[in-house]
Write a protein that binds this ligand. Structure first.
Ligand SMILES: CC(C)(COP(=O)(O)OP(=O)(O)OC[C@H]1O[C@@H](n2cnc3c(N)ncnc32)[C@H](O)[C@@H]1OP(=O)(O)O)[C@@H](O)C(=O)NCCC(=O)NCCS
Length: 235
């Protein structure tokens, strides 16, 4: 556990340019305090000490304004910048190197017990005020824009913005398309170029979503599709 806490503290310097030293981070970052309290509460919870775990997370919320259920699973090098107003539900699962800004909710959409909160895979970034709701997966390296509301699974490496969340291509990626079409000239309006770039975006998005869904279906069916002969699949 100490190793994990060390990782939580060390990752702040890389993700917040305002951080000016370990002592400052340890003493003044509520997001760091919240994860340290959570690591302890989670250990109590896993040992069956449920009331002490709940009490500790309530106390941590008083101090940090971050509400993490002690049963939530959180990976290494987790950082909540600013802390304020973050809520992480009981069945949320968070991978390694995940960053949340203030006001993020990882919440449920139903009152039935069981998995009802999101899963965030490694390297996900969630902007301030974003809400991710339901037992959906935000895959590796995805980025959720500030104030988005996300209720559908997010494929790896994608950026999602808006309400309801929709996938967009990062500007940097679109500039890489410039071999296919010049998106960088600003001398005159180019509605045809814009329409084509929208279509390329849409195709990229649909391909990514299809690949994500196929992978998920293959996992769910124990990869039965791989056993079906190709001729049969073409019929
Ligand atoms: C989404 C985010 C991670 C950027 O991701 P990215 O993959 O680099 O995406 P880009 O910046 O290339 O933007 C892609 C498009 O989404 C738009 N966009 C980006 N963030 C948005 C947001 N939160 N809401 C609405 N639109 C947004 C951009 O304007 C751009 O639009 P365009 O296609 O019309 O040009 C970033 O904008 C963001 O919201 N970060 C959160 C930062 C934060 O919470 N800071 C708080 C510090 S206290």
């Amino acid at each position: 556990m100490l190793e994990m806490i060390r990782g939580d503290i060390a990752c702040v310097a890389a993700r917040d340019p305002a951080a000016s030293g370990t002592i400052e981070i340890v003493l003044t970052y509520p997001g760091v305090h919240a994860i340290v309290w959570h690591r302890v509460a989670n250990r109590l919870w896993r040992r069956g000490l449920r009331f002490p775990a709940r009490f500790l997370s309530w106390f941590a919320r008083l101090l940090t304004n971050v509400d993490i259920h002690p049963a939530a699973t959180i990976g290494r090098r987790f950082f909540i910048d600013h802390g304020a107003g973050v809520v992480i539900g009981e069945t949320a699962e968070i991978g390694d190197d995940v960053t949340l800004y203030h006001g993020v909710t990882l919440g449920g959409t139903s009152w039935s017990p069981g998995k009802r909160h999101p899963t965030l895979e490694d390297g996900v970034l969630v902007g301030c005020g974003a809400k991710i709701l339901g037992p959906i997966t935000v895959s590796k390296g995805a980025r959720i824009g500030a104030n988005s509301v996300v209720v559908d699974p997010v494929p790896p490496g994608m950026t999602v913005i808006g309400i309801p969340g929709r996938i967009v291509r990062p500007l940097a990626d679109r500039r890489r398309l410039s071999g296919r079409i010049d998106l960088d000239h600003h001398l005159m309006p180019d509605p045809v170029g814009e329409a084509i770039s929208e279509l390329l975006d849409r195709i990229d998005f649909l391909e990514a979503r299809l690949a994500h869904r196929e992978r998920r279906d293959a996992q769910a069916t124990g990869n039965r599709a791989a056993e079906i002969p190709a001729e049969e699949m073409l019929q």
